[in-house]
Write a protein that binds this ligand. Structure first.
Ligand SMILES: Nc1ncnc2c1ncn2[C@@H]1O[C@H](COP(=O)(O)OP(=O)(O)OP(=O)(O)O)[C@@H](O)[C@H]1O
Ligand SMILES: [Mg+2]
Length: 238
């Protein structure tokens, strides 16, 4: 069986002291897996990713990376340990060029800057074509590819993606999903938060449904798609 890269047990976290949005979340991401997290607006999906990345105060729970407990959820340590993150909003710097955005992705490791950029440009030729343009001039879909590239440039083992297809045209959505698949085929595990629950569950190996800051259902994507409770409570509405 594939080993766990990230394991989270009983994670409790919020934005304000004494007010937990996440109320004991359990989650495992194994090598090579694509995991989807679905759930209604405000369920805590983005909060979960922010908590794993150490961007909000944690009030309980444990985090293991490759089987070792990480005492502090610290972003720079997580990045060093191979966790990449693409936030839901503000995931590129619009006033910087495409190339500069990628270079910022490398702030933890400037040694292989040329090589890193070359790989990203090979994966996303459109970014190479436009490398001297400002990121703010890119289309929504191209911007998401840049955000993926920026996170990939540190060569993560796992990518946490917060709604990478939100607000995109159908063609751009396909392009983003294809890119995620390609990234996964290179051996990177994916944790994908998605509004398009049916598509996400068809796409993933396993899924988690979050509701009101708690785990509600989990299973293979197929099992969740076929579960009458999940259909009734979440798939109809989303
Ligand atoms: N910066 C913040 N400060 C205080 N509360 C916040 C903040 N961001 C989110 N929340 C609250 O945390 C809860 C969970 O929000 P979160 O953004 O994690 O939901 P979500 O599942 O990602 O929803 P969506 O599908 O709309 O992206 C909500 O009640 C929200 O109001
Ligand atoms: Mg969100």
């Amino acid at each position: 069986m594939n080993k766990a890269i990230i394991e989270v047990n009983g994670l409790a976290a919020g934005y304000v002291k004494g007010l937990n949005i996440l109320q004991g979340i359990d989650l495992v991401i194994k090598e090579k897996e694509i995991i989807s997290i679905i759930g209604p607006n405000g369920a805590g999906k983005s909060t979960l990713l922010k908590a794993i990345m150490g961007l909000i105060p944690i009030s309980g729970g444990r985090l293991y990376i490759n089987g070792n407990e990480l005492a502090n959820f610290k972003s720079h340590e997580l990045i060093k340990k191979g966790i990449g993150y693409v936030p839901q909003v503000a995931n590129v710097f619009p006033s910087l060029t495409i190339e500069e955005n990628l270079e910022i992705g490398l702030w933890t490791n400037t040694k292989n800057s040329k090589e890193g950029k070359k790989e990203i440009f090979e994966m996303f030729p459109i970014l190479f074509e436009k490398k001297r343009e400002k990121a703010g001039n890119l289309s929504g879909g191209q911007r998401q590819l840049l955000a993926l590239g920026r996170a990939l440039i540190t060569k993560p083992d796992v990518l946490l993606l917060d709604e990478p297809s939100a607000g995109l045209s159908p063609i751009a959505i396909d392009e983003v999903f294809n890119s995620i698949n390609e990234i996964n085929n290179k051996g990177v595990s994916i944790l994908l938060v998605e509004q398009n629950a049916k598509r996400a569950l068809s796409f993933c190996d396993r899924g988690y449904v979050l509701d009101q800051g708690k785990n509600s259902y989990t299973g293979t994507g197929r099992d969740l798609l076929d579960d009458p409770n999940v259909i009734d409570l979440y798939l109809g509405k989303l």
